[in-house]
Ligand binder design. Sequence first.
Ligand code: 3PG
Length: 229
Amino acid sequence: MFSNEVKQQQMADILALSPVLPVVVIHELSHAVPVARALVAGGITSIEVTLRTPVALEAIQAITAEVDNMVVGAGTVRDGDQLRAAHAAGARFAVSPGASPSLLGAASLGELPLLPGVATAGEVMHLYERGYRYMKLFPAVPLGGQKLLAAWASPLPQVQFCPTGGITPDNAVDFLALPNVKCVGGSWLIPKEKLYAGDWSGMEQLAREAAALRRAQEHHSLKVQGEGD
Ligand code: 3PG
């Protein structure tokens, strides 16, 4: 059994790496390393590779082995077997769309920090009781987006979120300005057309713009605080 405090601290450090956690579905193994290199070149040093394709675990392995400075996580983890397979492939963290008892049981026995998905205040409270301090709000925009998270900030102040699902470059700053948002997740940094065109410099540019959201986040938070004074 690995200490929950250690895993929560690891998750905090991972979510602090970038204002945006890119979510990617890799169909062609040959895309994995160039995508990760493009993101790192643009200043984004974390990535969630979803376990939705047959090559996902190999993609995690390849990025882990070949791309310095990239922290790779496994996304769409739904059970203990996937969690263990992701860890064996070299993933440094796991993300799930929701939380089942068996997944949570496997996560508490294993070493890999898990960012579990939530959609209701009850789920947040349940996971908080189990020691989780970082959760993914999924699917963020359909559930209520910034308004939902703003409403949770006061009654559920001990939890920080990575909202994912429907986040865009246009609404990301508003999410990032919320006190209970650590970072946002999104697939927009890796558009399919750029992936299949091998447009790595285009992805690097999208990553650079996403990394710059950190400065916008700080500026926006200060402005909001100033207006409240
Ligand atoms: C997903 O599960 O695919 C993520 O939530 C990404 O959502 P997005 O495509 O709306 O960014």
